[in-house]
Write a protein that binds this ligand. Structure first.
Ligand code: SF4
Length: 370
């Protein structure tokens, strides 16, 4: 569990089992919600109230984000990695993966292809390889891309507060770091070696980034590794902590889910779409002001629905391979993705679906150059 929580996993399980329909109704009737309300709304007792939750979440979403959906694209700049995450094909010992780190010229080529699709909000993703992907390198990447995009985000290995300060000054403003699991024992099992095996270093990533000035602090666990309701309780506690400690930043939630693929990692605690739905509705109701993104691992139909009631931003036309937008095509090389994409629609189709649902596509909602 999130280490500052005073409840054990077993106590949280016991609480979930005792939630009654009256407790769910009472949480739904409130205007301000606390940690226990979140637990009530993700408990099994909340299933019969999902229509009511949808109505409430939609109102909360409109109040803070209007009828708009922000779009972004991830740019994978490298997939060499010194870690051993049991569930990832980029892990060090996985020999079946073609490894590649893009040069600055290749990064520019990729970025131009993304920019041509209208995207103005870019997420830089890389494996953990300190020799290649150093703070200095990320700063060079930021300086290269800042003139092209109004917002640059990071999803890379945790850095020191000093490192984040340098990257913030170079142009990055948002950060995402999935804790994967808040269960310390399971964390050890899934991350047996490498820098990522340090649970605490990863856990306080957002805190260090927030202190360094980062505007958006993204938090998540990986749905499928452990029982999701315990993780949801920890995620909520983590978010409440960050909202207090880094009150000038905004917390962003993501709910990345393992979808089983032939011959791939088999998640021990699979989560179905109804539970993802329930969780996203509950987090939108209890954390109405926070950002929320919907993963490209979800099906197009679900993504188009959830951005109307809970999530406020989504990726469009994602490629999860270094070079996947332009470089590989130029070289006629094969795609080697980190995970399987379920939504493979090109950006234009994603924009059209957003508009068809009466929402507006937002390419830019922030620009620190102004
Ligand atoms: S999940 Fe990230 S850190 Fe772990 S092996 Fe994959 S790329 Fe490396």
């Amino acid at each position: 569990m999130f280490p500052l929580l005073k409840y054990t996993a077993e106590e949280v399980d016991e609480y979930y089992a005792k939630v009654t329909p009256e407790m769910v109704k009472s949480s739904l009737a409130k205007d301000r919600h606390d940690w226990f309300d979140l637990l009530n709304l993700v408990s099994p007792a909340a299933y019969p109230f999902m229509d009511e939750m949808r109505r409430k979440a939609r109102l909360a979403r409109i109040k803070y984000y209007g009828k708009t959906v922000s779009v972004y694209a991830p740019l994978y700049i490298g997939n060499t990695c010194v870690n051993h995450c049991r569930y990832c094909d980029f892990r060090r010992e996985h020999t079946g993966t073609v490894r590649r780190n893009l040069t600055l010229d290749e990064i520019r080529l990729e970025a131009e292809a993304i920019r041509a699709s209208g995207i103005d909000n870019l997420l830089i993703v890389a494996g953990e390889d300190p020799k290649v992907n150093s703070v200095e390198h990320f700063c060079d990447v930021a300086r290269l891309l800042k003139p092209m995009f109004s917002n640059l985000s990071l999803e890379v290995a945790p850095q020191s507060e000093e490192g984040y300060r340098a990257m913030f000054e170079a142009g990055f403003e948002s950060l995402t770091c999935f804790q994967e699991t808040y269960d310390q024992e399971q964390y050890k099992y899934f991350h047996p070696a490498g820098p990522k095996s340090n649970y605490e270093w990863r856990l306080w990533t957002q805190l260090r980034a927030g202190k360094a000035g980062f505007r958006i602090l993204g938090c998540a666990f990986l749905l499928g590794l452990t029982p999701w309701r315990r993780e949801a309780a920890s995620l909520a506690a983590h978010a409440l902590y960050l909202m207090k400690e880094c009150y000038e930043s905004k917390v962003q939630f993501a709910f990345p889910r393992f979808c089983r693929v032939e011959g791939g990692f088999v998640p021990p605690c699979e989560v179905d779409e109804r539970d993802v739905d329930l969780m996203m509705l509950a987090f939108r109701i209890c954390f109405p002001q926070c950002c929320m993104t919907v993963s490209t691992r979800e099906a197009p139909k679900f993504r188009d629905y959830i951005v109307q009631v809970a999530a406020d931003n989504m990726s469009a036309g994602s490629r999860v391979t270094p070079g996947g937008y332009a470089v590989l095509e130029k070289e006629h090389a094969a795609d080697v993705a980190q995970f399987t994409l379920t939504d493979r629609r090109p950006p234009k189709e994603v924009y059209a679906a957003i508009k068809a649902n009466g929402q507006e596509v937002v390419f830019k909602n922030w620009d620190n150059r102004i």
